[in-house]
Write a protein that binds this ligand. Sequence first.
Ligand SMILES: Nc1ncnc2c1ncn2[C@@H]1O[C@H](COP(=O)(O)OP(=O)(O)OP(=O)(O)O)[C@@H](O)[C@H]1O
Ligand SMILES: [Mg+2]
Length: 326
Amino acid sequence: MNQSILHIKDLRVSFNQHKDKMNAVTDVSLQIDKGQTVALIGESGSGKSITSLSVLKLLPSNGKIEKGTITFNGKDLIQQSETNMRKIRGNEISMIFQDAIASLNPNMKVGVQITEGLKYHKLVPKSDLKQEALQLLEQVGFKNPSHVYSQYPSQLSGGMKQRILIAMAISCKPQLIIADEPTTSLDVTIQRQVLDLIDQYKTDRDASVLLITHDFGVVAEYADWVYVMLGGHIVESADVFTIFKNPVHPYTKALIGSIPNPENGQERLKSIKDYTFENVGYEGRRFAPETYSYESKAFNAPSSLFEVEPLHYVRFFNEREVISLG
Ligand SMILES: Nc1ncnc2c1ncn2[C@@H]1O[C@H](COP(=O)(O)OP(=O)(O)OP(=O)(O)O)[C@@H](O)[C@H]1O
Ligand SMILES: [Mg+2]
């Protein structure tokens, strides 16, 4: 039996904006086992970042967790105090934020920046911080750690900065790394190097990774398990082999069909707007996205996950409403 490290159950997150309330994440459940990489994939605005920010309780100030539990190593994070969350963030769970490169401090040497977490969590004596930083720089592939230690972010390329972020993320040896589109702005070769580093860390320490991505090619290569998000809902989940062999939801099929292929020049994955959903898709059940509204960015009707084969779940409009295929 695999050991679950993170279990999000029935998470609902809402935002207040101009007196309106809207659900950005609705009834999301997701599980990550020790040693696993779990991918969360979906189009822009589907709720990937909001789901992951909920884990660390770092939602924007107008966002609220309405419902659900987020169990990490047996504790419900939603119930933890801010003091406890500070002990967990960066130490037990680290996050590589979307667009984090922009958050590197331009006025601080990168070598010093990567030891901030170690210093904050008092994991090594002050006198050892530099040595630790040099080791981390080496670990993330820098051949000349002492030179890089003294550089400022502006002196580094995008790929190098991303490696600095990984050094920061792994510095305290977390059990879970959440990587929110860590490679979006990088070219393909550098992307692989960055993802390989995260993967290597996971393997070395039997840690776990929540990998947020737009790219099913990345999923194929790095993930053990996949959750597909659409309009704030999980619409399909399964192990990576099953999802490629037998994608059921039309949106998953569309995503897999849009894996970037340099030969046909298609670079971006299709968005839901480019895709016409089937009316009847699987054993007479209708899929939820029929009821997806762009205006309200929400599903207007109840929908439910259905186990189409063992441990392979797909969301339908209403499983009780069986439509004749005749
Ligand atoms: N501060 C906020 N106020 C109101 N709505 C927000 C806020 N932050 C996010 N949202 C909304 O929540 C929804 C989910 O956003 P989220 O950032 O999780 O999307 P995402 O899947 O990470 O997209 P991307 O791939 O572009 O990063 C979107 O509809 C977004 O507009
Ligand atoms: Mg995002």
